[in-house]
Design a protein around this ligand. Structure first.
Ligand code: ZN
Length: 379
């Protein structure tokens, strides 16, 4: 399927858009996909919301995929529904037929359904489910463990979003980062870990043709409380997906397309460049080098110095929409950081700005453009 991109641009799952994806958003799709795939409920959340699962194929190779373990990390959920639509559209083709007879894929699209509703990382008990894989104190983490034990997958995909601060280098944000999680504190290359690395190399080989220098490698510090480390430690190859920032794409509609492409590559549904692929360890490790906005050379009336102001957006759920509110993270000199937007204020006279207004944590009432005009959004 080498014309994946033209299919995608016309056919992606457009009923899912933006950052706020919850049960109401996917409910019509679950009903629709019952016609082609199997849809079930695998458990309930703290607040009694059902946790749905979609499964497809009848093959021996079992793959367990979950997204939105963190309720506000929705990009991969969108990509998974793009992937399901692709399979549905191509079910009579030889390549999809082969996939469905070789694989049995289990998808839990939103594990943290309560957090998805409130657009929070944690569940309704304010627990980070990705730190609960020793205690299993929460219904949602227990559900995932039960599904894992029942399915006995040969591969797990643990799908998340990462912050805009991560870069691959000084120019490129980390649009997608992968990790083959550590299986022990020595970070040994176990057979499971090696297999995950091979699959990451394969996906990266395809992604580089479209978003070169936008793929990073996530930090592999071992923490058995995390889902990925737990499953990898149990000997099952596990891959962490971190959907990240692409320039100007705060709604992550471009990133989702490349997560979709990574899934096609993983399941051999698109052209795969011949080996040798770039070694996993040569994929650049994420660096925390970006900020959403950096105002440079800001002249503040009551200190006689020009300073940089770092600004990060915080996403807030308001009337079923995600608003990006800008907050000052820090003030000082930051020559080594890079803004997704850099605003040089050398010639801007902010007459009323004093140092009390640009302190850490302050919410910016407005963003200014390079002419000093007020902008109320980043677009
Ligand atoms: Zn996450």
């Amino acid at each position: 399927m080498n014309d994946w991109e033209s299919w995608y641009d016309k056919n992606f799952e457009e009923t899912l858009k933006g950052r706020y994806i919850n049960f109401n958003s996917i409910s019509p799709l679950l009903k629709h996909h019952k016609n082609t795939f199997r849809v079930s409920s695998v458990g309930k959340t703290v607040l009694g919301r059902p946790i749905p699962m979609i499964d497809l194929g009848n093959g021996k190779n079992k793959v367990l995929i979950w997204s939105q373990m963190h309720g506000n990390e929705t990009t991969c959920t969108k990509a998974l529904f793009d992937f399901l639509k692709f399979i549905e559209h191509h079910k009579t083709t030889e390549s999809v037929d082969r996939l469905l007879s070789n694989f049995h894929i289990y998808i839990v699209p939103i594990l943290n359904m309560d957090g998805a509703h409130t657009y929070t990382r944690e569940n309704a008990n304010k627990v980070d489910l990705n730190r609960d894989f020793q205690k299993f104190s929460q219904p949602e983490s227990s559900v995932l463990k039960q599904v894992f034990e029942k399915v006995k997958p040969g591969l797990c995909l643990n799908m998340h979003d990462q912050r805009t601060i991560f870069g691959v280098d000084k120019k490129h944000p980390a649009t997608i980062s992968f990790l083959s999680p550590a299986a022990d504190s020595m970070r040994s290359i176990t057979a499971a870990r090696r297999h995950s690395m091979d699959l990451i190399e394969k996906m990266n080989a395809v992604l580089q043709a479209f978003i070169s220098n936008h793929v990073g490698r996530y930090d592999d510090t071992f923490n058995l409380n995390c889902a990925g480390d737990y499953f990898q430690h149990a000997g099952v190859p596990t891959i962490l997906f971190e959907a990240g920032h692409f320039p100007q794409d705060y709604h992550r509609e471009i990133t989702r397309k490349y997560i979709f492409l990574a899934l096609l590559a993983l399941f051999d549904l698109t052209f795969i460049p011949p080996k040798p692929w770039k070694s996993y360890h040569l994929i650049p490790e994420n660096v925390k080098i970006f900020r959403d906005i950096i105002f440079r050379n800001v002249k503040v009336s009551d200190i006689n110095k020009k300073i940089d102001v770092l600004v990060q957006y915080k996403e807030v759920l308001e009337d079923s929409n995600i608003k990006f509110n800008a907050f000052i993270e820090d003030v000082g000199e930051f020559p080594n950081l890079i803004g997704h937007r850099e605003i040089d204020c050398t010639n801007i006279n902010f007459q009323k700005i004093n140092k009390d207004m640009i302190k850490k944590g302050a919410k910016l009432p407005y963003i200014f453009n390079k002419n000093g005009e007020k902008l109320t959004s980043f677009s």
